[in-house]
Design a binder for this molecule. Sequence first.
Ligand SMILES: NC(=O)c1ccc[n+]([C@@H]2O[C@H](COP(=O)([O-])OP(=O)(O)OC[C@H]3O[C@@H](n4cnc5c(N)ncnc54)[C@H](OP(=O)(O)O)[C@@H]3O)[C@@H](O)[C@H]2O)c1
Length: 338
Amino acid sequence: MSMIKVGIIGSTGYTGKKLVELLLNHPFVEITYLSSQRYKNTFYSSIYPEFRKKLNLKCEALSLDKVCEKSDIIFLCVPHTTSMEITPHLLKKNKKVIDLSADYRIKNPRIYKKFYKVMHKDLGNLKKSVYGLPEFFKEEIKEADLVSNPGCYSTVVLLSILPLIMEDVIKESVFIDAKSGASGAGRKLQEGLLYCEVNENVKCYSPFVHRHIPEMEEVIYRLTKKTVKLNFVPHILPLSSGIMVDIYIRLKKFLTSRDLKKIYSVYSSQPFVRICEDLPSLKNVVGTNFCDIGMRILKEEKILLVVGVIDNLIKGAGGQAIQNMNIISGLSQTEGLM
Ligand SMILES: NC(=O)c1ccc[n+]([C@@H]2O[C@H](COP(=O)([O-])OP(=O)(O)OC[C@H]3O[C@@H](n4cnc5c(N)ncnc54)[C@H](OP(=O)(O)O)[C@@H]3O)[C@@H](O)[C@H]2O)c1
């Protein structure tokens, strides 16, 4: 197979850097273009010395013509609103685009405006974009020109609860206590992410209004035609990477562990979802593309606790983006990721 030429726009941020690291180990990929405004004309290995003798490429100020000339598949690792400015040009040149931002995740432009505070500027491509959660949208991803990589929290929450929603066993709304390492907010400077603010601390932010809530609720409806209210409360942890979600669910009926096993057997042929007997732990997934899911049931109350963990920069971003690239390219999903 010939090498896939890959360009990364926004290559110096946390997700861009993780993609570079993972793609350098991909047997069928050649990184051909890296963009950065801040570090234009600078060798990537001068910005990140860990890449010395591994990658001999300079970051360039973004040129849409050049990235199209040099790449077959382009990853967008830029903030939301920037992606929708860039994507139409890339698609016009028949490039495949995998967008890690939120711009093409929410299909309803009114909801997008409500949560992201701007009008969507690319409604045509928004309609055509495919949600890049391979465990549920693989067939659509195969044919897609534009894949919208899911949010990091959305990835782990959806993988953890979709099987239960599909079986219609959830009564009322669900409560989600979510915790993320600090890289989830990106590399840009923010006071709340300074070492002294994050270290030896855990804090709650955006309770019940986080931007991933409408994304998750919309995807749940698209897949199951069910409306499930998600009471989502995220926290920041004094860790670089990793997300853990504890999901509290009131069940319509009591479920045995055998019932749960059957419900979660939808993942038996999915390479990156592991259903665990023990409760999942961040250490088992950080640095990997796995999502581990475990559960415990409170029999008398018919309450189920589902715990899910991922690495936010891998299964929650760059790793899942590569999984999507593999599917688009007709490769095994696990290529370069195991
Ligand atoms: N961090 C996560 O865990 C995570 C997970 C899933 C999805 N995401 C999403 O992925 C995207 C990137 O996140 P990140 O954490 O990597 O952010 P980040 O660390 O802040 O990096 C952003 C990158 O985008 C570039 N950039 C910023 N404004 C730009 C513009 N107007 N034109 C071109 N490039 C621009 C920056 O370039 P310079 O080199 O010039 O600074 C930088 O390389 C975001 O949309 C984020 O929501 C993040």
